[in-house]
Write a protein that binds this ligand. Structure first.
Ligand code: PMP
Length: 284
């Protein structure tokens, strides 16, 4: 089945889908994006993702390409044309194409691109086995709370993880604390049964899956603590895990080659992964 991409009002064969060479997303990373999981044809936490898109574009003073109701229709039409049951929808909104100049152009229309692809969401094999992370210095700009396409530090860190045989890289701030993964939020579980993740200030992306897990923790009566944690604390933690829209909840079993706990997925991470899967299936 051939893929279809939405580009500025048109549904195009994926291989022909293009933006202009002077698109500001291409030239300056002057663009924001979202990734929403599709589970059995339904969108997981769509409203929270679209609210975050609105927030991200607001920080960059990017105009809305259309109303949210219209955007939802276009997303649905793009997914329908791609016949994807389980997968992701990717939305990218840039300031549009204009003669190259750092300052905002006076007249330009935003570019909106939407692509859809099949993907195994919250892969059960990864949940069962757990994944390894490495640590790298956090070299990003100071506003990772904005979901911008300026992702070069994330790209380089993920490549290092891949070369090390790890699944994700945890980025470490100047104080030696874990900020977050390259495309996921980072968590640990303390000996006192506290579930710890960094507070969502400007230093991390406020993950939608993170918020969904907050809801699950509240329902289960588990203790959540939002604070930074160091690499040493993570290595000594009883459990570790990561969250993202594509991964759901994944147990982290190794950090820089050292086992977390007994080196196997922890019971709390596994139960949160199962609860998140049930939540996704409920959306569908
Ligand atoms: N942090 C970063 C840097 C990310 O790119 C992502 C993925 N969007 C996340 C955290 C997790 O966010 P979400 O749960 O909304 O996918």
């Amino acid at each position: 089945m051939s893929r279809i991409a939405y580009v500025n009002g048109r549904y195009l064969p994926h291989r022909l889908a293009r933006v202009h060479v002077e698109d500001r997303g291409f030239q300056f990373a002057d663009a924001v994006y979202e990734v929403i999981a599709i589970r059995r044809g339904a969108f997981v936490d769509e409203d929270r993702h679209l609210a975050r898109l609105t927030r991200s574009r607001g920080v960059l003073a990017l105009a809305a390409p259309m109303s949210e109701a219209a955007l939802k229709l276009v997303i649905r039409e793009t997914v329908r044309r791609n016949r994807v049951g389980d997968g992701i929808v990717y939305l990218q909104l840039s300031r549009g194409a204009a003669p190259r100049d750092f300052a905002f152009p006076a007249h330009t229309r935003p570019s909106l691109v939407i692509t859809v692809r099949h993907m195994r969401i919250a892969d059960p094999r990864l949940v069962a086995e757990g994944i390894a992370v490495i640590t790298v210095p956090d070299q990003r700009w100071k506003r990772p709370d904005v979901k911008s396409v300026s992702l070069l530090p994330n790209v380089l860190a993920k490549q290092r993880a891949k070369e090390a045989g790890a699944y994700e890289a945890w980025q470490i701030d100047a104080q030696g604390n874990v900020s977050e993964g390259t495309s996921s939020n980072a968590w640990i579980v303390s000996a006192a049964d506290e579930v710890i993740t960094r507070q969502a200030d400007t230093s991390i992306l406020k993950g939608v899956t993170r918020m969904a897990v907050f809801d699950i923790l509240a329902r289960k009566g588990l203790r959540l603590v939002e604070r930074p944690f160091s690499v040493a604390e993570a290595m000594a933690a009883r459990e570790a895990m990561l969250t993202s829209a594509t991964n759901g909840v994944l147990p982290v079993v190794r950090i820089d080659g050292a086992p977390v706990g007994d080196g196997r997925p922890g019971p709390l991470a596994l139960s949160l992964a199962a609860a998140y899967r049930a939540f996704m299936d409920g959306e569908a």
